[in-house]
Design a protein around this ligand. Structure first.
Ligand code: FES
Length: 113
């Protein structure tokens, strides 16, 4: 499903996008686009306002409310209090639009852009 125009997602800055009922966290590095549910699984904190560490072996985002930290690539919890992983989405660019779909529909492989 289309989420955002490609030229509206800057490099190295988190953006929140609403797609239907979803609130997505999008983050672009020079290598790929990460797409996660923007609402923290702990208590719904806005991940796009959190701290992103993108230029490390396993990029992470830390929730601004209570500090839960998730891997951007697969949403797993690396530090609580959250206990459930974030939903992650495959992101690709198609005809100038960033499109996302749930990762499990594509067999759980990592996303590229
Ligand atoms: S809402 Fe994100 S850590 Fe609590």
């Amino acid at each position: 499903m289309p989420a955002l125009r490609d030229d509206e997602l800057p490099l190295d800055r988190a953006v929140r996008v609403e797609v239907g009922d979803l609130q997505l966290f999008l983050y672009r590095t020079s290598e790929r686009i990460f797409a996660l549910d923007n609402r923290c699984t702990h208590m719904g904190g806005p991940l796009h306002r959190g701290v992103v560490r993108a230029h490390v072996a396993q990029p992470t985002v830390t929730c601004p409310l209570h500090g839960s930290t998730f891997w951007l690539a697969d949403g797993r919890v690396v530090r609580g209090p959250a206990t459930r992983p974030q939903s992650v989405y495959e992101a690709r660019i198609n005809e100038g639009m960033i499109e996302v779909c749930p990762m499990q529909e594509l067999g759980g492989k990592g996303g590229v852009a």
